[in-house]
Design a protein around this ligand. Structure first.
Ligand code: DGL
Length: 276
Protein backbone atom coordinates (compact mmCIF):
# COMPACT_ATOMS: atom_id res chain seq x y z
CA UNK A 1 0.00 0.00 0.00
CA UNK A 2 1.41 3.41 -0.89
CA UNK A 3 0.39 6.83 0.36
CA UNK A 4 0.08 8.30 -3.17
CA UNK A 5 -3.09 6.25 -3.74
CA UNK A 6 -6.54 7.77 -3.52
CA UNK A 7 -9.03 7.54 -0.67
CA UNK A 8 -12.26 6.01 -2.00
CA UNK A 9 -15.56 7.42 -0.77
CA UNK A 10 -19.03 6.38 -1.84
CA UNK A 11 -22.70 7.13 -1.34
CA UNK A 12 -25.92 6.50 -3.22
CA UNK A 13 -25.74 10.05 -4.64
CA UNK A 14 -24.77 13.59 -3.62
CA UNK A 15 -24.92 12.87 0.13
CA UNK A 16 -21.26 11.84 0.16
CA UNK A 17 -20.32 15.36 -0.96
CA UNK A 18 -20.77 16.42 2.67
CA UNK A 19 -17.95 13.98 3.51
CA UNK A 20 -15.92 15.07 0.48
CA UNK A 21 -16.19 18.68 1.70
CA UNK A 22 -14.69 17.63 5.04
CA UNK A 23 -11.92 15.70 3.28
CA UNK A 24 -11.02 18.84 1.31
CA UNK A 25 -11.03 20.83 4.58
CA UNK A 26 -9.19 18.44 6.90
CA UNK A 27 -7.01 16.47 4.45
CA UNK A 28 -6.38 18.86 1.55
CA UNK A 29 -3.38 16.95 0.22
CA UNK A 30 -5.21 13.63 -0.24
CA UNK A 31 -6.43 12.50 -3.68
CA UNK A 32 -10.01 11.20 -3.75
CA UNK A 33 -12.09 8.75 -5.79
CA UNK A 34 -15.82 9.51 -5.36
CA UNK A 35 -18.58 7.11 -6.41
CA UNK A 36 -22.33 7.80 -6.35
CA UNK A 37 -24.63 4.85 -7.02
CA UNK A 38 -27.20 7.17 -8.57
CA UNK A 39 -28.83 4.50 -10.75
CA UNK A 40 -29.98 2.68 -7.60
CA UNK A 41 -30.80 5.44 -5.11
CA UNK A 42 -32.41 5.84 -2.69
CA UNK A 43 -30.74 3.14 -0.62
CA UNK A 44 -32.70 3.97 2.50
CA UNK A 45 -35.91 2.19 1.56
CA UNK A 46 -34.19 -1.02 0.36
CA UNK A 47 -33.68 -4.42 2.01
CA UNK A 48 -30.38 -5.06 3.79
CA UNK A 49 -29.43 -7.93 1.42
CA UNK A 50 -29.61 -5.53 -1.52
CA UNK A 51 -27.50 -2.91 0.26
CA UNK A 52 -24.90 -5.56 1.11
CA UNK A 53 -24.75 -6.65 -2.53
CA UNK A 54 -24.35 -3.04 -3.76
CA UNK A 55 -21.64 -2.31 -1.19
CA UNK A 56 -19.69 -5.42 -2.19
CA UNK A 57 -19.85 -4.38 -5.85
CA UNK A 58 -18.68 -0.85 -5.06
CA UNK A 59 -15.83 -2.06 -2.81
CA UNK A 60 -14.71 -4.57 -5.45
CA UNK A 61 -14.52 -1.80 -8.04
CA UNK A 62 -12.80 0.61 -5.64
CA UNK A 63 -10.18 -1.89 -4.52
CA UNK A 64 -9.55 -2.85 -8.17
CA UNK A 65 -9.09 0.88 -8.84
CA UNK A 66 -6.31 0.87 -6.25
CA UNK A 67 -7.56 2.94 -3.30
CA UNK A 68 -5.62 2.95 0.00
CA UNK A 69 -8.69 3.37 2.23
CA UNK A 70 -12.48 3.51 1.82
CA UNK A 71 -14.86 5.79 3.69
CA UNK A 72 -18.48 4.73 3.49
CA UNK A 73 -19.98 8.21 3.10
CA UNK A 74 -23.39 6.63 3.56
CA UNK A 75 -25.06 5.83 6.87
CA UNK A 76 -27.35 3.20 5.38
CA UNK A 77 -24.37 1.21 4.07
CA UNK A 78 -22.48 1.76 7.32
CA UNK A 79 -25.47 0.53 9.36
CA UNK A 80 -26.29 -2.52 7.24
CA UNK A 81 -23.07 -3.68 5.59
CA UNK A 82 -19.93 -2.36 7.31
CA UNK A 83 -19.47 -5.15 9.86
CA UNK A 84 -19.87 -7.85 7.18
CA UNK A 85 -17.63 -6.39 4.48
CA UNK A 86 -14.79 -5.16 6.66
CA UNK A 87 -13.12 -8.57 6.76
CA UNK A 88 -13.79 -9.29 3.06
CA UNK A 89 -11.52 -6.57 1.60
CA UNK A 90 -7.86 -5.82 2.04
CA UNK A 91 -8.14 -2.07 2.73
CA UNK A 92 -9.17 -0.15 5.87
CA UNK A 93 -12.91 0.65 5.63
CA UNK A 94 -14.45 3.37 7.83
CA UNK A 95 -18.15 4.01 8.47
CA UNK A 96 -19.89 7.15 9.68
CA UNK A 97 -21.99 5.77 12.52
CA UNK A 98 -19.47 5.21 15.30
CA UNK A 99 -17.73 8.59 14.81
CA UNK A 100 -21.17 10.26 14.74
CA UNK A 101 -22.33 8.46 17.90
CA UNK A 102 -19.11 9.38 19.76
CA UNK A 103 -19.51 13.04 18.84
CA UNK A 104 -23.18 13.04 19.86
CA UNK A 105 -22.59 11.72 23.39
CA UNK A 106 -19.93 14.36 23.93
CA UNK A 107 -22.50 17.04 23.18
CA UNK A 108 -25.85 15.94 24.56
CA UNK A 109 -28.04 13.83 26.84
CA UNK A 110 -31.26 13.85 24.78
CA UNK A 111 -30.24 12.89 21.28
CA UNK A 112 -32.42 12.84 18.17
CA UNK A 113 -31.25 11.00 15.04
CA UNK A 114 -32.79 11.66 11.63
CA UNK A 115 -31.94 9.04 9.02
CA UNK A 116 -33.24 6.88 6.21
CA UNK A 117 -35.89 4.33 7.24
CA UNK A 118 -33.34 1.49 6.80
CA UNK A 119 -30.83 3.13 9.16
CA UNK A 120 -33.56 3.88 11.73
CA UNK A 121 -34.86 0.29 11.56
CA UNK A 122 -31.34 -1.09 12.02
CA UNK A 123 -31.08 0.67 15.39
CA UNK A 124 -27.40 1.22 14.64
CA UNK A 125 -27.23 4.73 16.14
CA UNK A 126 -29.14 3.83 19.29
CA UNK A 127 -26.92 0.78 19.86
CA UNK A 128 -23.71 2.74 19.26
CA UNK A 129 -24.78 5.64 21.50
CA UNK A 130 -26.08 3.43 24.33
CA UNK A 131 -22.89 1.38 24.28
CA UNK A 132 -20.85 4.52 24.86
CA UNK A 133 -23.22 6.02 27.43
CA UNK A 134 -26.24 4.00 28.59
CA UNK A 135 -27.71 7.01 30.43
CA UNK A 136 -28.30 8.93 27.19
CA UNK A 137 -31.81 9.05 25.72
CA UNK A 138 -32.09 8.45 21.96
CA UNK A 139 -34.97 9.00 19.52
CA UNK A 140 -34.65 7.95 15.88
CA UNK A 141 -36.85 9.15 13.05
CA UNK A 142 -36.83 7.64 9.55
CA UNK A 143 -37.29 10.35 6.89
CA UNK A 144 -38.10 8.60 3.57
CA UNK A 145 -38.82 11.78 1.59
CA UNK A 146 -35.63 13.72 2.26
CA UNK A 147 -33.19 11.93 -0.08
CA UNK A 148 -35.46 12.03 -3.17
CA UNK A 149 -36.14 15.75 -2.52
CA UNK A 150 -32.43 16.55 -2.21
CA UNK A 151 -31.53 14.50 -5.28
CA UNK A 152 -34.20 16.41 -7.24
CA UNK A 153 -32.66 19.72 -6.14
CA UNK A 154 -35.82 20.69 -4.21
CA UNK A 155 -34.21 21.89 -0.96
CA UNK A 156 -35.86 25.32 -1.11
CA UNK A 157 -39.39 24.07 -1.91
CA UNK A 158 -42.05 24.93 0.66
CA UNK A 159 -43.04 21.24 0.47
CA UNK A 160 -39.57 20.25 1.79
CA UNK A 161 -40.06 22.63 4.72
CA UNK A 162 -43.48 21.07 5.52
CA UNK A 163 -42.06 17.54 5.39
CA UNK A 164 -39.15 18.58 7.63
CA UNK A 165 -41.56 20.05 10.18
CA UNK A 166 -43.41 16.76 10.33
CA UNK A 167 -40.26 14.67 10.78
CA UNK A 168 -38.83 16.96 13.46
CA UNK A 169 -42.05 17.40 15.45
CA UNK A 170 -41.69 14.27 17.65
CA UNK A 171 -38.06 15.16 18.38
CA UNK A 172 -38.89 18.74 19.33
CA UNK A 173 -41.66 17.36 21.54
CA UNK A 174 -39.08 15.19 23.35
CA UNK A 175 -36.98 18.33 23.91
CA UNK A 176 -33.83 16.95 22.31
CA UNK A 177 -30.66 18.95 22.96
CA UNK A 178 -28.70 17.39 20.07
CA UNK A 179 -29.63 16.27 16.56
CA UNK A 180 -27.47 13.87 14.53
CA UNK A 181 -27.55 13.92 10.75
CA UNK A 182 -27.93 10.15 10.39
CA UNK A 183 -27.79 10.42 6.59
CA UNK A 184 -25.01 12.15 4.68
CA UNK A 185 -27.53 13.92 2.45
CA UNK A 186 -29.07 15.84 5.35
CA UNK A 187 -26.41 18.50 6.04
CA UNK A 188 -27.54 19.90 2.67
CA UNK A 189 -30.84 20.66 4.47
CA UNK A 190 -29.25 22.65 7.29
CA UNK A 191 -30.85 26.01 6.35
CA UNK A 192 -34.30 24.36 6.41
CA UNK A 193 -33.77 22.42 9.64
CA UNK A 194 -32.32 25.44 11.42
CA UNK A 195 -35.54 27.38 10.76
CA UNK A 196 -37.58 24.67 12.51
CA UNK A 197 -35.39 23.57 15.42
CA UNK A 198 -35.02 25.56 18.66
CA UNK A 199 -31.72 27.46 18.44
CA UNK A 200 -30.38 25.59 21.49
CA UNK A 201 -30.32 22.24 19.63
CA UNK A 202 -26.78 21.28 18.58
CA UNK A 203 -26.35 19.70 15.15
CA UNK A 204 -23.89 16.83 14.76
CA UNK A 205 -22.49 16.11 11.32
CA UNK A 206 -20.77 12.68 11.43
CA UNK A 207 -18.83 13.65 8.27
CA UNK A 208 -16.60 15.93 10.36
CA UNK A 209 -15.80 13.11 12.76
CA UNK A 210 -15.32 10.27 10.26
CA UNK A 211 -12.77 12.36 8.40
CA UNK A 212 -10.96 13.11 11.69
CA UNK A 213 -10.92 9.33 12.34
CA UNK A 214 -9.63 8.70 8.79
CA UNK A 215 -6.87 11.24 9.36
CA UNK A 216 -5.75 9.47 12.56
CA UNK A 217 -5.83 6.07 10.87
CA UNK A 218 -3.81 7.23 7.85
CA UNK A 219 -1.24 8.70 10.22
CA UNK A 220 -1.04 5.44 12.18
CA UNK A 221 -0.65 3.37 9.02
CA UNK A 222 1.97 5.72 7.57
CA UNK A 223 -0.34 6.42 4.62
CA UNK A 224 -0.83 10.15 4.99
CA UNK A 225 -0.05 12.00 1.72
CA UNK A 226 1.51 15.45 2.03
CA UNK A 227 2.15 16.42 -1.60
CA UNK A 228 -0.18 18.11 -4.12
CA UNK A 229 -3.36 16.01 -4.66
CA UNK A 230 -4.64 14.76 -8.02
CA UNK A 231 -7.99 16.21 -9.14
CA UNK A 232 -10.88 14.28 -7.56
CA UNK A 233 -12.12 11.47 -9.80
CA UNK A 234 -15.94 11.23 -9.85
CA UNK A 235 -17.92 8.20 -11.03
CA UNK A 236 -21.63 7.40 -10.98
CA UNK A 237 -23.77 4.46 -12.03
CA UNK A 238 -26.54 6.75 -13.38
CA UNK A 239 -26.46 9.93 -15.47
CA UNK A 240 -23.07 11.77 -15.21
CA UNK A 241 -24.50 15.10 -16.43
CA UNK A 242 -27.26 15.10 -13.83
CA UNK A 243 -24.76 14.43 -11.03
CA UNK A 244 -22.40 17.11 -12.34
CA UNK A 245 -25.20 19.68 -12.44
CA UNK A 246 -26.62 18.81 -9.01
CA UNK A 247 -23.25 18.79 -7.28
CA UNK A 248 -22.04 22.08 -8.75
CA UNK A 249 -23.47 24.41 -6.06
CA UNK A 250 -21.89 22.30 -3.29
CA UNK A 251 -18.53 21.83 -4.95
CA UNK A 252 -18.24 25.33 -6.36
CA UNK A 253 -17.16 23.89 -9.72
CA UNK A 254 -18.68 21.58 -12.34
CA UNK A 255 -16.98 18.22 -11.93
CA UNK A 256 -16.14 15.95 -14.81
CA UNK A 257 -18.02 12.74 -14.06
CA UNK A 258 -17.55 9.25 -15.54
CA UNK A 259 -20.23 6.64 -16.02
CA UNK A 260 -19.12 3.48 -14.20
CA UNK A 261 -20.35 -0.06 -14.77
CA UNK A 262 -19.77 -1.92 -11.54
CA UNK A 263 -18.67 -5.56 -11.55
CA UNK A 264 -21.63 -7.90 -11.15
CA UNK A 265 -21.05 -10.29 -8.30
CA UNK A 266 -22.95 -13.51 -7.97
CA UNK A 267 -23.32 -14.82 -4.45
CA UNK A 268 -24.54 -18.26 -3.44
CA UNK A 269 -27.96 -17.87 -1.77
CA UNK A 270 -27.84 -18.70 1.94
CA UNK A 271 -29.37 -22.17 2.34
CA UNK A 272 -32.17 -22.58 4.77
CA UNK A 273 -30.96 -25.17 7.30
CA UNK A 274 -34.46 -26.25 8.32
CA UNK A 275 -35.31 -27.16 4.70
CA UNK A 276 -32.53 -29.78 4.53
N1 DGL B 1 -26.77 9.25 2.01
C1 DGL B 1 -27.03 7.90 2.36
C2 DGL B 1 -27.12 7.70 3.84
O1 DGL B 1 -26.36 8.35 4.54
C3 DGL B 1 -28.06 7.16 1.55
C4 DGL B 1 -29.38 7.76 1.39
C5 DGL B 1 -30.30 7.00 0.44
O2 DGL B 1 -29.90 6.70 -0.68
O3 DGL B 1 -31.42 6.68 0.86
O4 DGL B 1 -27.83 6.89 4.35
Amino acid sequence: MTKEKRIGIFDSGVGGLTVLRELYRQLPTESILYFGDTARLPYGTRQSAEILQFVREILTWMTESGVKMVIMACNTSSALALETVRSEFDVPILGVILPGARAAVQQGRRIGVISTPATAASNAYRRAIMEIDPDTRVWQVGCPEFVPLIEQGRINDSYTYEVAREYLAPLIQQQIDTLVYGCTHYPHLEPVLRQILPSSVRLIDPAVHVVAAASRELELLGLRETRQPLPTRFGVSGCPQQFAQLSRPWLGYTPSVEKITLPTLVYEPVRNASAE
